[in-house]
Design a binder for this molecule. Structure first.
Ligand code: ASP
Length: 361
């Protein structure tokens, strides 16, 4: 029977013969192998998600002290929307289809200021805005001042796909909706008691403020529920980036006012670098071209997604102006905001979904 303990292997025999010189050669070899392994590990690309999604339901949240059941309703709505989007991306659906259908879900949910549940303008009516952009081709479509289209985001997509234009507004957009056969509803369909109350309170505040004061709908002091625009950004398995945003605008806004949500480059933007959807005081986002500035900072200044988005929200914009969601071509996600909270959720092929309203939970 062979005794492994005592039978010298060829290697051992050799080592025994050569003494300390062979020892050091052997360990040097091991060290080289270890160094090579470490170098290879450092060079190997870190695992990248094959798809990624982020959604928002606006940067004007309920207060942290709101009744838990109210906050729970928002969390559940965000969870359902991000799960729906994730499942579709995981099975290979396009970012374009996913962004449109996630935004439609949020438009149909009266909790959010888009579609059903849209804010009232100063006349007590609803005017809805939306836009969508396909990063790889820079094709985009937008609608503004809609009054009877149940799901503005789908009409925005039709503007992109069925017209040579980017933005249709008012009566022209309504005519186009008729030609496309999209679902129409009476303007009162968008009413909710919660938004009516906000309008009444806001009009009362405006009445009480001095006629010479600079107060405008964008200076709305009631923080909760101020901005509840919805948006979705996604990277699909083909590597395509898409951004979509839909809103009822600001409560008590002037009749005819259009915010950033349907303005490509301000409230929505996507190219081959990043996809961005914004929420907040639209006038500020338009002024600074926020959504496109994120992608440009990455391209021209070499900033990461996090650096670019944080610079825009925390340096370019003023505190409390709002927030944004963004995803880049590597599947990184960023969701900065300067308000008390922002309804948001995200997921990737490598990480399960996360739903957040405030900073720490
Ligand atoms: N950005 C939107 C607007 O100004 C409002 C919002 O984000 O809720 O119309």
């Amino acid at each position: 029977m062979m005794n492994n303990q005592t039978t010298p292997t060829p290697e051992r025999t050799h080592r025994l013969r050569c003494g300390p010189i062979q020892f050091s050669r052997r360990y040097a070899g091991l060290l080289v192998m270890l160094a090579l392994t470490l170098a290879l590990a450092a060079c190997a690309p870190t695992q990248q998600p094959t798809w990624a999604i982020a959604i928002h339901g606006g940067a004007g949240t309920l207060s942290q002290n709101a009744p838990p059941e109210q906050l729970r309703a928002y969390r559940e709505a965000l969870q359902a929307a991000v799960d729906h989007g994730s499942q579709r991306l995981a099975r290979g659906d396009s970012a374009l289809d996913v962004c449109e259908s996630v935004v439609r879900m949020l438009e149909d949910n009266p909790l959010f200021n888009a579609g059903k549940g849209a804010a009232f303008n100063e006349k007590g009516e609803h005017e809805l805005d939306a836009s969508i952009m396909h990063g790889p081709t820079l094709r985009c479509g937008a609608v503004a001042g809609l009054r009877t289209v149940k799901n503005p985001i789908s009409l925005a997509r039709l503007v992109m796909e069925r017209t040579p234009h980017v933005l249709l507004m008012g009566d022209g957009a309504e005519d186009f909706a008729g030609a496309m056969g999209v679902e129409r509803v009476p303007n009162s369909y968008f009413d909710t008691p919660q938004r009516r109350k906000m309008l009444d309170e806001r009009l009362e505040e405006l009445r009480r403020s001095s006629p010479r004061s600079e107060t405008s709908p964008t200076d709305n002091p009631r923080k909760d529920l101020r901005y509840s625009t919805v948006g979705c950004v996604a990277l699909d398995q083909r590597g395509e980036l898409v951004a979509a945003t839909s809103t009822g605008g600001l409560t008590a806004k002037k009749f005819g006012r259009v915010g950033d949500s349907p303005i490509i480059g301000a409230g929505t933007y996507a190219d081959d670098t990043a996809a961005i959807s914004c929420t907040g005081t639209g006038e500020e986002f338009i002024r600074h071209g926020v959504a496109r500035a994120v992608a440009l900072r990455m391209k021209l200044k070499g900033e990461t997604l996090a650096q670019a988005t944080h610079a825009l929200i925390h340096t370019t914009l003023k505190p409390d102006d709002g927030g944004l969601i963004a995803v880049d071509a590597r599947g990184n996600i960023s969701t900065p905001y300067s308000s008390e909270g922002m309804y948001r959720a995200w997921a990737t092929s490598l990480t399960p979904s996360i739903v957040r309203i405030f900073k720490d939970q």
